[in-house]
Design a protein around this ligand. Structure first.
Ligand code: ATP
Ligand code: MG
Length: 293
């Protein structure tokens, strides 16, 4: 193992036991992350991204295989040890934001700081909120904020207590292009401070900023890429381009569906324009990715 490997996932299998039998979400996943890397996990819906992030963050344990973070063997820890690991190491941004709607943005951001025993963090929170463009929303109740604003509150809450690792599951799904830039600049700023950041996303505007892309498909690593360059030797750049092509087809379907719904009067003009231009932006990025990638 090279000396700067910080996180190491070895042959990880995850099977969820359900009433109707076992669901295999990961079927033998291996890769490494260095300290201070910004790693993006991509892959179709159901490919295992959220499952993988929850194992890396010590929220759950693998059914088989090993997960090491900074020398700690997470697969061997009991619930109490995992609890303390998470508190010391991880800031989470969950796919379905776990904010408390009846508290203000500021209160939501303060909760994890208090949990880690940090006091007098108001200046720090204000600084983070400014970088994310939500400093004027801090005293509003979360339930009164837009989806994109809530997403940024969740990001601020994840980083406020200064954890060494930030794990974010689709943190930009509700954001427009400009705000995505802002959030990615923010993540890159954290990285330059030595933080390790792992982001699951469908958005090529996010993956472009990654040091490393882990592409999942049906619970397996289809490839590990560094920008356009291939890191792991057993895959070709073709699967990444196939993935991008697949996403383009999906986006075109979504655009058609959106127009149909608008014509049927199911969407307001505002909603339609907002969603339509977001999809069009993504489409353009995907097309560029094929051109230049
Ligand atoms: N708690 C659970 N119990 C049973 N099956 C689960 C559970 N969580 C996830 N799965 C299954 O595991 C597989 C991987 O799910 P996961 O949520 O990790 O995918 P994902 O890549 O994050 O998808 P998305 O892009 O839609 O968020 C899916 O088949 C899913 O149905
Ligand atoms: Mg998910």
């Amino acid at each position: 193992m090279s000396s700067d490997v910080y996180i190491s996932v070895v042959d990880v299998v995850k099977i969820y036991e359900t009433a109707s039998g076992g669901v295999t979400a990961l079927r033998g996943v291996s890769f490494t992350v260095n300290k201070g890397e910004l790693v993006v996990v991509m892959g179709p819906s159901g490919s295992g991204k959220t499952t993988l992030l929850s194992l890396l963050g010590g929220l759950d344990k693998p059914s088989a295989g090993e997960v090491y973070v900074d020398g700690h063997a997470l697969h061997k820890m009991n619930a109490r040890q995992l609890d303390s690991f998470r508190r010391n190491y991880i800031g989470f941004v969950f796919q379905f934001l776990n904010l408390i709607p009846k508290l203000t943005a500021l209160e939501n951001i303060e909760i994890p700081m208090v949990a880690r025993g940090l006091k007098d963090g108001r200046d720090r929170i204000f600084d983070i909120a400014s970088q994310l463009g939500i400093s004027n929303k801090l005293n509003r109740l979360v339930e009164e904020l837009s989806g994109g604003e809530q997403q940024r509150v969740a990001i601020a809450a994840a980083v406020a207590s200064d954890p060494p690792i930030i794990i974010a599951d689709e943190p930009t799904a509700e954001l427009d292009g400009e705000t995505i830039e802002k959030v990615m600049d923010f993540f890159q700023g954290l990285r330059s401070m030595g933080k390790t950041i792992i982001v699951a996303t469908h958005d090529p505007r996010v993956s472009r900023k990654a040091d490393k892309i882990v592409l999942l498909e049906d619970g397996l690593v289809k490839g590990v890429y560094r920008g356009a360059e291939i890191v792991s030797s057993n895959v070709s750049i073709k699967s990444y381009r196939d993935y991008i092509r697949g996403r383009l087809v999906e986006i075109e379907d979504e655009l058609r569906l959106l127009s149909d719904r608008f014509k049927k009067g199911e969407l307001s003009v505002d909603d339609f324009i907002k969603k339509y231009s977001r999809l069009r932006d993504i489409k353009k990025f995907l097309e560029d990715e094929l051109k230049f990638g």
